[in-house]
Design a protein around this ligand. Structure first.
Ligand code: PLP
Length: 378
């Protein structure tokens, strides 16, 4: 049976050449990067060069790059660590968070609420985009931190990060953006974006799972989230995951080098898919212009779980919302924040293209999609 993977926003396969760069750090060069002997030094040299490469590619200083266990930890650390620090320094007790954040960010805000913070939710419009004017209205000198993702994981909608950076800065709040979904498709320049903190994750761009980055601008005072040893300049304890750090850096470097070719390919594949399914009535794209890699479709009269499972039987992998929420029966919080009714949200699926796709596979998937939707509709 042919298989077509159309869930690249959930995760991507590890590139073979990236894996080959990681392999020696599992076996012969296995030293603990903090050990003061040749084994340790070899590992630390690899971590330092990975950090230097990431810093160079995102326009940061190496000392501003922290390795974590992934996007989830980076988001939690930025939000909880940033807000607690602002409270300690200036007694600021309010956090602004967009309604469409990943659960990693929303959950961190719930924790802040339990710690006495007020969490105000920034609404989005029907296209899934935060209204910059609304954020400006909500800002105040009591705001500790603003959390607004760069690109949404369910719709691909791009958010006005750069546009809001100055206003947030002049208010004295920390500005954190989750760039987990943006990093695979757009060059990140932390200076241009103007943020204080930014997260991304290795497995979204053909790197390893369980490793991520948190950029923390120098001068930002952070509380630590993971205590332990003195790793990561004393701010994040735990033996460094050397193979994964090496893999993340190699994958990111390759991703940046191949980004425009990948994006061009994805744009064509998306158009091909849309053309092929245009024979169906009652299908609508959720969200406005954003990342071409993510296509969120609302299919009238079709329950997303039924479509997902029927396509899975044909070897086609798509998602109903984000990966972490796919198994839940709840409608997507992103789509409902955009104004979709529960029924419409439950009739929506996410198709996400990647560099592993080709025309043949996309055509097979699109034809199976049409046939399955027609069959479900009876
Ligand atoms: N933030 C966004 C926008 C994501 O899409 C994801 C993963 O789906 C995460 C955070 C969590 O990243 P990780 O899977 O590395 O923990």
């Amino acid at each position: 049976m042919e298989t077509v993977y159309l869930d690249h926003a959930a995760t991507t396969p590890l590139d073979n050449d990236v894996f080959e760069k990681m392999r020696p750090f599992y076996t012969e060069s296995f030293g603990n990067a903090d050990s003061p002997h040749s084994y340790g030094r070899k590992s630390m040299i690899a971590v330092d060069s990975a950090r230097d490469k990431i810093a160079e590619l995102i326009g940061a200083k190496p000392s501003e790059v922290y390795f974590t266990s992934g996007g989830t930890e980076s988001d939690n650390w930025a939000i909880i660590g940033g807000a607690l620090s602002k409270r300690r320094q200036e007694n600021r007790m309010r956090v602004l968070v967009s309604a469409i954040e990943h659960h990693a960010a929303l959950d961190a805000c719930e924790r802040l609420k339990r710690d006495g913070f007020t969490v105000d939710v920034i609404p989005v419009d029907g296209s899934g985009r935060v209204c910059a004017e609304k954020v400006k209205e909500m800002l105040g000198y009591d705001v500790a931190l603003v959390c607004m993702m760069a690109a949404n994981n369910e719709t691909g909608a791009l958010q006005p990060v750069q546009e809001l950076a100055d206003e947030i800065k002049s208010c004295g709040a920390y500005f954190f953006t989750d760039a987990v979904q943006l990093a695979p498709y757009e060059r990140i320049d932390v200076k241009k974006l103007g943020v204080d903190m930014l997260s991304f994750s290795g497995h979204k761009f053909y790197g390893p799972k369980g490793v991520g980055v948190l950029y923390i601008k120098s001068g930002v005072k952070m509380e630590k989230l993971v205590g332990g040893g003195e790793q990561e300049r004393g701010l994040r304890g735990g033996t460094l995951n050397v193979p994964s750090v090496v893999g993340l850096s190699a994958a990111y470097e390759k991703n940046v080098a191949t980004m425009s070719a990948t994006n061009e390919k994805i744009t064509k594949l998306r158009a091909l898919f849309l053309k092929e399914i245009s024979v169906l009535e009652g299908v609508k794209i959720n969200g406005g212009k954003g990342l071409d890699s993510i296509l969120n479709l609302q299919i009238e009269g079709v329950e997303n779980a039924a479509l997902l499972y029927a396509l899975d039987l044909k070897g086609i992998a798509i998602a109903a919302g984000s990966a972490c929420a796919s198994a839940s029966v709840k409608p997507s919080h992103v789509l409902t924040a955009m104004g979709l009714a529960e029924k419409q949200a439950k009739s929506s699926v996410r198709i996400s293209f990647g560099k592993t796709n080709d025309e043949e596979g996309v055509l097979y998937a699109a034809r199976a999609f049409v046939e399955t939707v027609n069959r479900i509709r009876g």
